[in-house]
Ligand binder design. Sequence first.
Ligand SMILES: *Cc1c(COP(=O)(O)O)cnc(C)c1O
Length: 369
Amino acid sequence: MADRIYLSSPHMSDEGYEQQYVQEAFDTNWIAPLGTNVNEFEVELASKVGAKSAAALSSGTAAIHLALKAAGVEDGDVVFCSTLTFSATANPIIYQNAIPVFIDSDEKTWNMDPNALQEAFRKYPEVKAVIIVHLYGLSADMDKIMEICNKHDVVVIEDAAESLGGYYNGKHTGTFADYGIYSFNGNKIITTSGGGMLVSDNEEKIAKARFWATQSRDQARHYQHSELGYNYRMSNVVAGIGRGQLKVLEERVKKKKFIFEYYKKELGQLEGVSFMPVNDWDQPNYWLSTIILNGVIKPIDIFNALEEKNIESRPIWKPMHMQPFFKEFDFIGAGVSEKLFEKGVCLPSDTKMTEHDLIRVTTIIKELW
Ligand SMILES: *Cc1c(COP(=O)(O)O)cnc(C)c1O
């Protein structure tokens, strides 16, 4: 059997940057707690994306949780959330005992539909926060969405877990709203093996997030707590991997884009195939190359044909409002996300893929037509 081709797997730098930073952590015995790598990773990431400050955390999910907490979301508050996403976007709403209302996708972006969002504001004027996802590295229509949100007293959070390195109108996704979050999970464009980052221009809130993330320890020799705390901080070893990975982010985006364009060239002419939408304002990171099938060939045909040859592919995220766990919550929209789920295929987009691997994938797919 030929080597497995993955959707997106960890890809360390050829230069070994990650190991150098990890070695530093060992040499100084700053294995834990915290240390230089954590501090520097925060500064470097914030400067890379153009945010004032950042808190390095144990996961992207933890970052969303603390963003909601910083937004003041509590028991019974309503939070609007893109329905087409990974469950990690929505779960923290439940951690805060708040009520998610899921918003449909816009055909034009696959991300939150501004019209559905407007309708949601009419139905739930008391809403406390909005979480906007930039799916597969594509940016949401931020001008329109922020214009709508700014008319209301609402805190906006961007889930840019999948879009680090991508821009909307020349500005990094994750830096338009009150808070942005990134993930360094193993399948993301860069990885620390696991981790996340919360960014904001509000330095006080970021300091508060760091406080919550280290068990809310008050300034006192004895262990004193006046608030609920969490163990959400990133370790100094892991942050070393992140610092190394950050150096190759642009290189990874370049390769992801190459993969997307290769697929477009090879598969774009096939009957019924269309590609994820790249708008004029959008400079995506192309995290996953994704297609929609409107013809005779169905996603399952591609999944099966590729799996048989040891190649990973997947459907588009199953919308949150279709998930058994979230079915009691409201959904606003016409069901664009449901169609995307039904017809979408995420193609292998691993940056370690060679041209030979790409030929393997496209040959198998083309044989189905
Ligand atoms: C990966 C991901 C997350 C969660 O990140 P973790 O670091 O795995 O907790 C959140 N939202 C989206 C859209 C993601 O893809």
